[in-house]
Write a protein that binds this ligand. Structure first.
Ligand SMILES: Nc1nc2c(ncn2[C@@H]2O[C@H](COP(=O)(O)OP(=O)(O)OP(=O)(O)O)[C@@H](O)[C@H]2O)c(=O)[nH]1
Ligand SMILES: [Mg+2]
Length: 637
């Protein structure tokens, strides 16, 4: 793709018509006024057989916004300067815009050669050469042409061909997007949108998302230069025939993309450069117009490095957008002052996380890191909190292969850590681990009797989703930094500790529990008569000294083992057992037998069948299971 550029009336559209046979001025008003108002499109087949799409832009300063919507994603520019008039204000303004947008290759067409003599031509040439000094087009080929006399056209096409051959290949990030520059309905087809496709391919049948509205549609047909295609590749000018969306719902500035790959943002951070030729400095909080892709939105510019940005200066800024804008990290944009209208400069999007950066100095450091030169360090900068690879890659402005390679490098070198579906920088992981350890230490200090801190409590204090939290716990447990105790987490060194008063209360209670092990005192009695409160009972259960069954019964482990053994032995012979029979066999009471049998059911040894219990496991296995259930000390030290 190429775009024209240059001052009004310098012969851009006439030259495109002469080169291609297509008149890019398609509006009636344009033809009547002899002036381009909106973008026009044509294409040209080059010597090598390749086709180049052409965007013809208006030169008049009133239509700069239309020009801006057309020049973003082009490979080269055809800068037009009329020899009879020479360099004019929009010659310079367009050059500045091309510089900001990174369009750094092109050809200069010196038009209307038929109107002037040789001497004037060489004067004008010198004038143009001077104006191009210090711009990316300083050494661009300069070709004298006349569209009316048809001179110089072959040389011009040759020069374009050579320049385009040096353009880099279009990147394919697997994230196609097309900034809409036109939308219309075509009889027999329906809704059509046009634009330049970048960052990926679209194929007929693809489902697409239209941003910022989020509407879904499907591609019914694709055309490039009026020819139907099945697949459109990045860098080409494309017309998409869409179903599922009306023309009225679409407009310039919207973006057609693959669902879920891009989002609209309301705040973006960028390094902004003010043009040396700007009439005034840009002030903090000034209202500016941001032009990105085919979109244009108002914004407040918040300067992060001082109160003003002088002409020629560069600095970090946050742009708070009045309306959502669809951009990706790395995109270039232009800023203009709305009135009096003037191009101020522009920049490169460095961050679209929408984070409010409170302290200016910190914000600058974060942004510097996020725009660091290597892919690995950019990815690492995005891993300050756990993020999926896709999220982190998008923040770092990395394509899929760069991102995956960087992630491997980071994980292998230990600079990043994987937590379930996310990655996290090593430093941030250490910070999380330390927080867990501190939380547990504090819990142990506060409640020495408790096994630890409930998992869920720790998780919510870290604000991690369950999957990532579980991965964190697992990793810390494997590393021996924490221990899992049932539903609690503890430091490995923690043992619930009883005071000596509590130990002697427990000794007395244990004697009472041992007197009639299967008709023990209730928890209420244990508390009122022996001072064993709920917390102490829980700690003893944690140590394996007691077994709580349901909420209302407490037994010594030996008692439960004896009960289970008796029931299993009976079942091995008689196959079934009733509550009454279990009571008689064990010398217990109905009140205690019910929860004990329930305990065996819950642990998968027995099952109810009518009024009776039957054995679920073979007797030998049932006995083994009883042993592990009772000996809590083996399961959880
Ligand atoms: N004699 C002569 N006239 C030309 C030539 N090229 C363009 N013109 C005339 O210059 C006038 C402006 O040409 P356009 O092609 O509309 O100029 P433009 O750069 O497209 O103008 P905008 O789109 O409005 O910026 C028209 O009257 C053209 O006929 C040329 O090579 N020789
Ligand atoms: Mg024109």
């Amino acid at each position: 793709m190429i775009a024209t550029a240059g001052h009004v009336d310098h012969g851009k559209s006439t030259l495109i018509t002469a080169l291609t046979g297509i008149d890019p001025d398609r509006l009636r008003e344009e033809r009547e006024r002899g002036m381009t108002i909106d973008l026009g499109f044509a294409w040209l087949t080059l010597g090598g057989g390749g086709a180049v799409g052409i965007v013809d832009v208006p030169g008049h300063q009133d239509f700069i916004r239309n020009m801006l919507a057309g020049v973003g994603p082009v490979d080269a520019v055809l800068l037009v300067v009329a020899l009879d008039e020479g360099v004019m204000p929009q010659t310079r303004e367009h050059l500045a815009i091309l510089g900001v947008l990174g369009v750094d290759r092109g050809v200069v067409a010196l038009t209307k050669r038929d109107l002037i003599d040789d001497e004037w031509a060489s004067l004008a040439r010198g004038d143009v050469t001077a104006a191009l000094q210090g711009t990316p087009l300083a050494s661009a080929p300069m070709i004298e042409v006349s569209a009316t006399a048809k001179t110089g056209l072959v040389e011009l096409v040759d020069a374009l061909d050579r320049v385009l051959a040096t353009a880099p290949v279009h990147r394919d990030l697997g994230r196609p997007r097309l900034g809409i520059d036109r939308s219309f309905t075509l009889t027999g087809f329906g809704t059509v949108v046009t634009g330049t496709l970048v960052d990926g391919s679209f194929a007929t049948g693809d489902e697409v998302e239209i941003l910022p509205t989020g509407q879904r549609a499907r591609i019914r047909g694709i055309q490039t230069h009026k020819r139907a295609l099945d697949v459109a590749s990045p860098g080409s000018r494309v017309a998409l025939n869409l179903t599922g969306v009306e023309k009225d719902e679409l407009g310039r500035g919207m973006v057609v993309t693959r669902p879920g790959t891009l989002t609209a943002v309301s705040v973006l951070s960028a390094r902004v450069a003010v043009l040396g030729a700007a009439s005034e400095a840009v002030a903090h909080d000034e209202a500016v117009k941001v032009h990105a892709g085919t979109a244009e939105v108002m914004a407040r510019i918040s300067l992060l490095e001082g109160a003003t940005l002088e002409p020629g200066a560069t600095g970090w800024a946050q742009l708070r957008l009045a309306e959502p804008l669809v951009v990706a990290v790395g995109d270039r944009f232009v800023i203009r002052r709305p009135s009096p209208p003037e191009t101020l400069g522009g920049g490169v999007v460095a961050d679209i996380s929408g984070e409010r950066m409170r302290r200016r100095r910190e914000a600058v450091a974060v942004l510097e890191r996020r725009s660091a030169p290597t892919a690995a360090s950019r990815l690492l900068a995005a891993l300050d909190v756990p993020r999926t690879l896709v999220e982190a890659g998008a923040r770092g402005g990395l394509d899929a292969s760069e991102r995956d390679a960087a992630a491997r490098e980071l994980v292998e070198s230990g600079r990043a850590v994987a937590l379930a579906d996310a990655l996290l920088a090593r430093d941030s992981f250490e910070a999380l681990a330390t927080r867990v350890e501190r939380t547990l230490a504090a819990t142990h200090r506060r409640s020495p009797l408790r096994a630890g801190a409930p998992r869920e409590e720790v998780r919510s204090s870290l604000d991690l989703p369950p999957k990532r939290f579980n991965a964190l716990v697992e990793r810390l447990a494997v590393d021996g930094r924490i221990a899992e105790r049932g539903s609690a987490l503890a430091l490995p060194s923690h043992v619930p500790t009883l005071t000596s008063a509590q130990e002697s209360a427990w000794a007395r209670a244990r004697a009472a529990l041992g007197r009639e092990p299967l008709q023990p005192p209730s928890p209420a009695q244990l508390e009122s008569e022996y001072g064993l409160d709920r917390e102490l009972i829980a700690a003893l259960a944690e140590r394996g000294d007691l077994i709580r069954i349901g909420t209302e019964a407490v037994f010594l482990p030996d008692a439960v083992a004896r009960f289970a053994e008796t029931v299993v032995t009976e079942l091995a012979q008689t196959r079934t057992i009733t509550v009454a029979r279990a009571r008689d066999l064990t010398g217990s009471s109905r009140k205690h037998v019910l929860p004990l049998l329930g305990f065996l059911d819950d642990r998968g040894l027995t099952r109810r069948s009518g009024d009776e219990r039957i054995l679920v496991l073979p007797p030998e296995q049932a006995r083994e299971r009883v042993a592990t259930l009772i000996d809590r000390k083996k399961v959880a030290p």
